[in-house]
Design a protein around this ligand. Structure first.
Ligand code: UN1
Length: 512
């Protein structure tokens, strides 16, 4: 146990066999099977987790409904105080939780730490927000009348998160939802359930310490079937789902059919435009981290480089050179740059994509392949690949969750923007340029159509202070910073008459 995994598991309260359903500090056993969470780093079983069931789901929902009645009446700044303590508890275990995330999901230890930092940051943000859940006041058209709006808690928020950010995305939702007065039911990815259980242990302890009822933070481990329970359930007014566009459409359909709300953060197909005036040192570094960081498994990962013809050859050769220096290996070993993808299915999708890009006419700049030999026993380590391709290729239009980067050449900026926008997804985008006209054109209404558009920064690694999410097949949801909190509340418009008359709006006369 070279990296001290066992000690971290112990600190995080992970046992050999873990029930997967919880209302907080109470864990609920089911009749469902236990399954192993396998680390893609070394292929070893970390621990076992039990699937939730229809019964454990029902138990959680009824406890959550009760808890909501208490929690919504706790003043928002006091709710913020509890979220502050959750943030502090996360600070204490940052190294252990970062390690577990790295080991269970396969991202580098540095990125595991970064993910926990993102949780701490959103807790801080939510604490401030707990005193800033502002509504507007309006001037009434009627004398002796006052109008204003207020924001009320919604109820149970269902959070469905993906394996690639197994803890941070939950916290973006939960920290905001809690200060808004909602209670949360989380279905973590069944590909990284232990990271979820660790977070559940941390948050539940804080709620318990404050004498809060069970049911404010709940968790249920399961596959798409549990996801279906959540998305079809009228008792869950908001479902926040992160994952594939395919999954998001199913969630949106089910939630929409009952006129519930969904908040979707789905696939990206993110490009960096590298213009003729770009600082190429920065462009290469930005592209490199964006494309190979998290082994290409961020929804913000850089998948396409749209490069001006005047710098195309230079960018291509410098990238190939940088790729040749990448060290692939155990993500917990800090000398490695690239860890594994999540599982064998992901390896197969990567291989299928490589095959597809070749049949469509792509040309390899850096060849891919599966790593073999010592240190790669899990079978989940793949070589980051680069292909020259065309934007219209079916495979380029598609989000492959793996480190495959496509190079596309352009002549005019307008064309580059059209290529950048010419995919079904609309999450993140970037331009590398020192030319103010190019930068502003890219940011203008006729520029990038994405939810995130950056200048001289890569596509991934957004800060929590901004609203996170994207357009088109990315699903339109916004999480995290700015005014994303509004999605977790219901707005109520109030008109108050303090006059002795009852005039109707729009000057309507109605006398008897
Ligand atoms: C995701 O990949 O689902 O902007 C989230 C980023 C991270 C979050 C990514 N802060 O890359």
């Amino acid at each position: 146990d070279q990296f001290g995994i066992q000690k971290s598991l112990q600190i995080l309260g992970i046992k050999d066999k873990n029930p997967g359903s919880s209302t907080g500090t109470k864990w609920i056993g089911t009749n469902e099977a236990f399954f192993a969470s396998i680390s893609p780093a070394d292929g070893k079983e970390i621990a076992q987790v039990q699937m939730g069931s229809k019964e454990s789901y029902e138990a959680i929902i009824s406890q959550s409904q009760k808890a909501f009645e208490t929690w919504r009446n706790v003043p928002a700044p006091q709710r913020g105080e509890i979220v502050r303590e959750i943030g502090n508890a996360l600070r204490e275990v940052k190294a252990d939780l970062g390690k577990l995330v790295s080991y269970e999901m396969g991202k580098s230890y540095q990125e595991g730490l970064g993910e926990v930092q993102e949780m701490i940051d959103i807790c801080d943000f939510a604490v401030g927000l707990s005193r800033q859940l502002y509504g507007l006041t309006m001037h009434s058209e009627r004398p002796g009348h006052r109008m204003y709006e207020q924001w009320h808690a919604l109820g149970i928020v269902g959070i469905i998160s993906a394996f690639n950010f197994p803890v941070a995305v939950w916290s973006w939702n939960a920290a905001l939802a809690w200060v808004c007065g909602d209670v949360c039911l989380w279905k973590p990815s069944e590909k990284a359930p232990l990271s979820g259980i660790a977070c559940q242990n941390i948050a539940a302890k804080v709620f318990e310490k404050h004498g809060m009822p069970e049911g404010i933070c709940s968790l249920i481990v399961g596959d798409y079937k549990v996801g279906e329970l959540i998305s079809h359930d009228k008792r869950v007014p908001l479902v926040s789902a992160t994952g594939s566009t395919r999954m998001g459409k199913l969630v949106a359909e089910a939630v929409g059919a009952r006129l519930g709300r969904s908040l979707l953060e789905l696939g990206g197909n993110n490009a960096i435009i590298i213009t003729g005036s770009a600082d190429l040192d920065m462009a290469i570094r930005g592209a490199l981290f964006g494309a190979v960081g998290t082994a290409g498994q961020r929804c913000t990962s850089t998948r396409r480089l749209i490069i001006h013809s005047s710098v195309y050859d230079e960018v291509k050769s410098r990238l190939a050179d940088a790729y040749s220096k990448l060290v692939i290996g155990n993500p917990l070993d800090e000398k490695n740059h690239v860890g594994p993808v999540i599982d064998e299915d992901a390896v197969n999708m990567y291989l299928a994509a490589l095959k597809k890009v070749e049949t469509e006419g792509g040309k390899a700049v850096v060849e891919g392949g599966v790593m073999k030999g010592e240190g790669y026993e899990s079978g989940c380590y793949v070589k980051p690949a680069i292909y020259e391709a065309e934007n219209h290729f079916e495979i380029v239009q598609h989000e492959t969750f793996a480190p495959i980067l496509y190079l596309i050449k352009y002549e005019e900026l307008e064309e580059a923007i059209a290529l950048q926008n010419g995919v079904p997804q609309g999450l993140s985008s970037a331009i590398m340029t020192l030319n103010m006209r190019e930068a502003e054109a890219f940011l203008s209404v006729a520029g990038s159509d994405c939810g995130i558009a950056n200048v001289n920064i890569g596509t991934s690694g957004a800060e929590i202070g901004g609203a996170f999410g994207g357009e088109k097949e990315t699903g339109g949801g916004r999480e995290s910073g700015s005014d994303a909190w509004k999605a977790y509340m219901r707005r109520q418009t109030n008109t108050i008459n303090y006059s002795a008359n009852l005039p109707l709006a729009q000057g309507i006369k109605f006398d008897i």
